[in-house]
Design a protein around this ligand. Sequence first.
Ligand SMILES: Cc1ncc(COP(=O)(O)O)c(C=O)c1O
Length: 372
Amino acid sequence: MSDFLPFTRPSIDEASIAAVAEVFRSGQLASGPKVRAFEAALAAYLGGQRHLRVMTSATAGLQIALEVAGVGPGDEVIVPAMSFAASANVVVLVGARPVFVDIELSSRNLDLDRLEAAIGPRTRAIMPVHFSGWPVDMERLYELARRHSLRVVEDAAHAIGSRHGGRPIGSFGDLVVFSFHPNKNMTCIEGGAISTASPQEAQLIEQLRFHGIARNAEGEIDVKRASGKSNLSDVAAQVGIDQLKRLDGFNERRRSLAARYFAALAGLQEIVLPARGDEGHSWHMFTVLIDFAARGMTRPEFQRSMAERGIGVGVHYPCIPAHTYYREQGYRPEDTPVAARVGRETVTLPLFPQMHDADVARVVSALRAVLQ
Ligand SMILES: Cc1ncc(COP(=O)(O)O)c(C=O)c1O
């Protein structure tokens, strides 16, 4: 059998490894010049009009963004019912309550037709997720947010390099949070970033990511509020600097592989394809739906059969209200039936820049064999 094909793998080149070695030799390992350079590079990539601040993960970034938006106990935040659990967990962690709204079957994004009905007197913010790198309809979303005076914390964990109407995600909008986990379109080992238009909010983010510490004009420290620690290391920032230079190339390759999947999977009745999107889609993942119950097989059995054929398959994501913690809080997956279905039926096929065109054919032939 040929090599095992994982569902994703980061692309780290020798130049990045050498650059990281230089950072180690410099003796400056924690947040320093490389963090500032990474933030400047991200701001430039996003058009130069925004303030970017990096931290150890998107999870930390989402929690900080909610705090910056003033979300706290007694508030509600609208979250899509199908996403990584972090999207809802951070709402709980700031003492607020997630209100789950169903998703659209094709885009797997928040269903904006259902959004307004979920807005109530306690709603403070909306957290759209640009699922798999395909942006939510931003004009509609922000029009709704403006009409109801709501903050928007965009979970753009999948969407670095995605565009909406030609504009990069994170170059506009309220608080936009990226992830640089190794599975994402670019990585800094573990890391995240917040994009904001407000210099005051950027300053608050700096405080919240580092103990709540502010400095006076003479450089003396003061703590205005208790906060945790999620500052990025210079070692990680160096990886991010190199990855950002390659991001557009990575995403171009992802788009080309996705197009190959669409061509190769056309006519395969057993699966439901994702929305095609347009050139703004950054194809973080290629997810298809399979009705495992109707085929008399479980998803883990399917994954094992694919693995036996050398193909790694992921699951992104179970419906959040189906998780034990959320069930125990009284949420029910059946209240968001599209998310519940996607949560049961979704699988993620391999898609990463170093994949060969022939790998797509390998995946599709394994898929046909397992589903026949
Ligand atoms: C939609 C979404 N939000 C948030 C996160 C959290 O990102 P991180 O691992 O950088 O904390 C992820 C990670 O997979 C994600 O997929």
